[in-house]
Structures are given as C-alpha cells and as structure tokens.
Design a protein around this ligand. Sequence first.
Ligand SMILES: Cc1ncc(COP(=O)(O)O)c(C=O)c1O
Length: 289
Amino acid sequence: MNSKDIVYVNGAFVPRAEARISVEDRGFVFGDGVYEVLRVINARPFAAKFHNDRLKRSLEGVRISLAGGASPESLTEIANQLLRDNGLLQGEATIYMQVTRGVATRAHNFPPPDLPPTIYISVARFTPYSEFAQTGAPAITHPDIRWGRCDLKTLNLLPNVLASQTAKERGAFEAMLIRDGVVTEGTKTNFFGVVDGSLRTHPSDTHILPGITRSVLRDLARTVNIDFDETPIRAEEIPRLSELFLTGTTTDVMPVVRLDDKPVGKGKPGELTKKLQRVLAESLASGGD
Ligand SMILES: Cc1ncc(COP(=O)(O)O)c(C=O)c1O
C-alpha cells in the first residue's frame, strides 16, 4: 500500500493519502455496511458475476441502496479504471469495495432513504501464498461467536478479527470456527474436510458466507468427478479427517496439515486437495473461462 495509490471515494479518484470519510459515516460508527474482495489476473476480475451477485445480495440483506441507480457492475467498472490508474493491468491484484449506509448524525435507526451511501474502492498488488499452498498450513479450532446472518458480507468482523488474531498468536494460519458442535468455516475462508472418503463442507446457509471460491470449486470439482457432500463436519469427527483444506479469493485451495498442533491425516497435503488445487489454479490461469 502506498499513500500515492489512487483510490475511489464517492465519485472522486484521489491519492489514498487525500481520501476522506466523515467521522459520522455509519460504517465507522456502526459497522453499517457491506464489502467485497475480488481477485484480478491480468486486468480480468475473476468470477466477477458471482461477486456482483453476492454484493447485490449483501446490500439487499442489510437494506442499503446504491445511489442514482448505480449497480455492482458499475463498481467493477470503477475498479477497472483504478487498475489502469495504478498500473496494475499486468499480473495479480485484488479489488476491495465497500458500501456503507452513508453519513448521518448517530442514531441506530436508518437515516432518510435519500441519503447517499458511501462508496469506497481500492486496488492492490497481490502475491499468492505459494509456500503454504505447497507444504500445507497449520490451523486451530475456535468457537464461532458470530451473529445469525454470516451469509451477508458485512463490515461487522470483530469475531473474525479476534479469532484470526488468536490463530496468529498460536502460530496458525487460520481458525476453524465451531458452532453448536459443527465446523462452520474460517475467519476469512470456507473449510472442507474428507471423512471416510467423502468430501464434506458446511451447507450454504445463514451460518457461513457463501464463498465465491467455494461455488467456483464446486463446478470445477464436478469436471473431475468430485462432489461435495454438504453434511457439516461435527467436532467429534475431526480426529477422523484424512484431509482438510480451506478456500478463499486470496487463499485459493490451501491444504491444512496440522489442526490444534496435531497432524491432519498423514500431516501433508492430501491427493484430493492437490487435485482441487490444480483445477482451481488452471481456472485462475485461464481467467475462469
Ligand atoms: C467468513 C468468510 N468465509 C469465507 C470466505 C471465502 O469467500 P470467497 O471465496 O468469496 O473469498 C471469506 C472471504 O473473505 C470470509 O470472510
């Protein structure tokens, strides 16, 4: 990140150091907003339609409207301009988009509906996690203390932040969250495990974020005759996991080889995980076509 990078705030393209948002912004005061993160390869946002649809769904879910008939697609156009302005047309980058309910005197209930939302978009150079992708990463288990609408990609990430920090302090890459005895997902990833030969992951309901990588991988997996079983993994099944991996826009398919300081399976990336890593890598390299 460089203070001279150009970012977009409410209609203006400005250097990051000059970007300003009011202290009364409801994103700042209440975390009242939603966001998206997209992966870009050689100027092409990967799975853009999935991200646009999820942003639309998150906005509807928290009842925020984009001003003046703007659409998630128009935000992607702005991001494309930022990629050009910041010299990121070649190689890998990420796009961050955030929409908050706007600037208003602090009150819990909504401000008037004609209040324009705050829209912030930035882009950054991205380098994939190549080492952990090869060797596999350590993870920990952690209680899932989040709210009941984890399917919306909102700014309310404090439980994720706290669990992620605990993972870091214990030398782990990610925390695998457990709610009511069931593995839900990670703080910034979806989790998949192989139990008795079948690939299992939590169903797409209000307890997890419907990950774009999860959706893309489901379609890709079918092309190599692998199916997901959406029967969540129960905590007591963890010792029987022969493979474990996580997925995310910036993590791809990442093997998890140690959980709570114990090896998962043989303690190295499993065959099914490596196969799915390969199909996703090929899809990313071809721009998702
Ligand atoms: C809680 C959570 N789960 C899963 C994911 C993975 O989603 P995606 O594949 O769309 O990046 C993320 C991404 O940020 C996340 O925050």
